[in-house]
Design a protein around this ligand. Structure first.
Ligand code: MSP
Length: 574
């Protein structure tokens, strides 16, 4: 049944060019979005850039540029990087978009009117504050977040002492509501090991959080409705988080088109019903009711983010939504980090940033996408090394899939004048090993047909690719067992030859479908060599199932062989 799927990535800071870590998250989101489109789900994929705050203002100042000029330049490099990596986002949001800025101001107006769930006090309040602010994190730090020399553990620089009057968000009162939601909806934060971290953070107690900055001009001004807010700009996190709603048109009701869904239309398991939100809200607000429908609605948003920003997404964001009377997202999926060699963090200051655009230009975007999604179990940390990348491209892509495609199509050209065989007589295979190999291939394809979608649904993209690879390996074994170059010499063995080549072509068709979300360009190139109708990314329902031995699909004659994945000959640099 077709569903609705709203997927977002974190929006990237624009104080430098995109690196491999940013690319990992975006490629993972793109593969999930493509998977959903391919199965016929109405899909909206959002990504973008987070452009305000001191960090960005500093980067602009260092170049002697006005912030907007600076961000326009860097944003272009993000957009062209995502194009080079074949991202298919439906919208690229910038927090400097006028529409977004107005939505953030509306958020502050709603927060001004909101009351906190325990004491009933205003959610937004003014207070003097003295604290240690790390510009790298764009967050106030506590002593426990610093090393023995008083430096931020992540950025290894001492935070700045700041004393000012700020507007605060009364986060401290949302612990119970959040714990209850996490208990009732274990799927809200995934994987489970990340959810446990979030539960611990909440159980340790939450602190109110500064929501405005008085002395930072590069930000969204608080709206005039906030008394005493002149000269203040919004803190970058509420500004940035709101992108997930502002991109859909919030506060206009139309945002609910993607944010919510009907029961059976939800993009994944475990959605929460709207009527739970009225209770959670703690203010008797109608929650999702102003989505304006009498039908029960379920939440549908899926946020993909990295582990360093899980507190902001799993604690602050839902608390803000509760305060503003907006239903919570369906799921926040927290992925790990891609580290540079030796396990270190990739950072501009450390000079060990791996440029995803250079890698894609040198080895193809699909090779990079495949590496990122196949090498590291989805969600876990990983370490990038060029050797492993080259190795995977050469073994899995060039030797296994590339070779299967080129040898299968070449044999059809060589032995059958390029015409797709219609023969199907598995029992005609003379050698028992050949018959067993064909049986194993068909069984592997049946398994992959079940396992690939199941793995995508559960965000195990590495498993989806592993499942898709089993038939590739089996098909190569079939070639070795049947030895078509021997069979082809004997006219009386024509049915054997046709059966084997038929099985290989059907396997290639299936592999193109299974791998399209990850390696779209190569899957499409393979599809066109196979002269199949349409595009592998189109929804095809039952026609996506293994169809060994049924009437051949596609045009009678195959296209010319083209090498999909050239073997990388260069010796990897060390
Ligand atoms: N601007 C904030 C996010 C605001 S979302 C409302 C931010 N930006 S970021 O540029 O620092 O990071 C963007 C995303 O990339 C985050 O999800 C972050 O976890 C992810 N990654 C940054 N470095 C990474 C790796 N080395 N590996 C994998 N993902 C990493 O945080």
């Amino acid at each position: 049944m077709p569903r609705r799927f709203y997927i977002t990535t974190a929006i990237d800071y624009v104080n430098g060019k995109p690196h491999l870590g940013h690319a990992y998250e975006k490629v993972l989101a793109d593969a999930l979005a493509r998977y959903h489109r391919q199965r016929g789900d109405a899909t909206f994929f959002l990504t973008g850039t987070d452009e305000h705050g001191q960090k960005v203002a500093n980067a602009a100042a260092a170049l002697g540029q006005p912030p907007k000029t600076y961000v326009d330049g860097i944003v272009a490099s993000f957009q062209s990087a995502w194009k080079a990596l074949e991202l298919t986002h439906d919208k690229f949001i910038r927090t400097t978009d006028k529409r977004h800025e107005m939505a953030v101001q509306e958020l502050f107006v709603r927060l001004k009117d909101a009351r906190s769930p325990k004491s009933g006090l205003p959610v937004l309040f003014e207070n003097d504050y003295e604290g240690l602010y790390c510009e790298g994190c764009e967050a106030f730090k506590q002593e426990k977040d610093l090393d023995e020399r008083g430096r931020c553990l992540i950025h290894q620089v001492p935070p700045k002492k700041i004393k000012e009057t700020n507007f605060f968000f009364r986060l401290s009162e949302y612990d119970e509501a959040l714990l209850k939601h996490l208990e009732n909806h274990p799927e809200f934060v995934q994987p489970d090991y990340r959810r446990n971290e979030v539960l611990n953070v909440i159980k340790e107690g939450l602190q109110d959080i500064s929501f405005s900055r008085p002395n930072i001009s590069w930000g969204i001004p608080l709206p005039p409705e906030i008394e005493g807010g002149e000269g203040h700009t919004a803190y970058v996190w509420p500004d940035a988080l709101l992108n997930y709603l502002s991109a859909l048109g919030w506060p206009d009701r139309k945002y609910s088109l993607w944010w919510l869904a009907k029961q059976n239309e939800v993009g994944g398991p475990g959605a929460a019903r709207q009527d739970e939100f009225a209770e959670l809200d703690g203010q008797g607000r109608p929650g999702a009711a102003w989505a304006g429908t009498a039908q029960p609605q379920f939440t549908n948003a899926f946020h993909l983010i990295g582990k360093d920003i899980s507190r902001f997404h799993c604690v602050l964001w839902p608390a803000m939504l509760l305060a503003a009377g907006v239903p919570l997202p369906r799921q926040i999926y927290v992925h790990g980090f891609i580290y540079a060699r030796g396990g270190g963090k990739m950072s501009k200051s450390l000079g060990n940033v791996v440029d995803p655009v250079e890698l894609a230009a040198a080895y193809s975007a699909d090779a990079l996408r495949f590496y990122l999604l196949r090498s590291f179990p989805t969600g876990r940390d990983g370490e990038f090394t060029l050797e492993q990348f080259v190795d995977l491209v050469n073994v899995a892509l060039a030797n296994e899939l590339g070779n299967l495609a080129s040898r299968s199509i070449s044999m059809v050209h060589r032995y059958l004048n390029g015409v797709r065989p219609a023969d199907w007589a598995p029992d005609s295979l003379r050698e028992p090993e050949a018959r067993a190999a064909l049986g194993a291939l068909i069984a592997a394809a049946e398994t992959a047909h079940r396992e690939v979608p199941a793995a995508f649904e559960e965000i195990r993209v590495h498993d989806a690719l592993a499942a898709a690879w089993a038939p590739v390996v089996r098909a190569n074994e079939l070639v070795e067992r049947v030895k078509p170059w021997v069979v082809a010499k004997d006219e009386t063995r024509r049915a054997e030859l046709g059966t084997a080549l038929n099985a290989l072509l059907e396997t290639l068709r299936l592999v193109a479908l299974w791998t399209w979300p990850v390696i779209p360009q190569k899957s499409e190139a393979l599809w066109s060599q196979l002269r199949l109708a349409g595009n592998p990314g189109e929804p095809r329902g039952e026609a996506a199932a293994p169809a060994y031995g049924r009437k051949p699909l596609g045009e009678p004659a195959l296209g010319a062989v083209e090498i999909l994945f050239p073997k990388i000959e260069v010796k990897a640099e060390t």
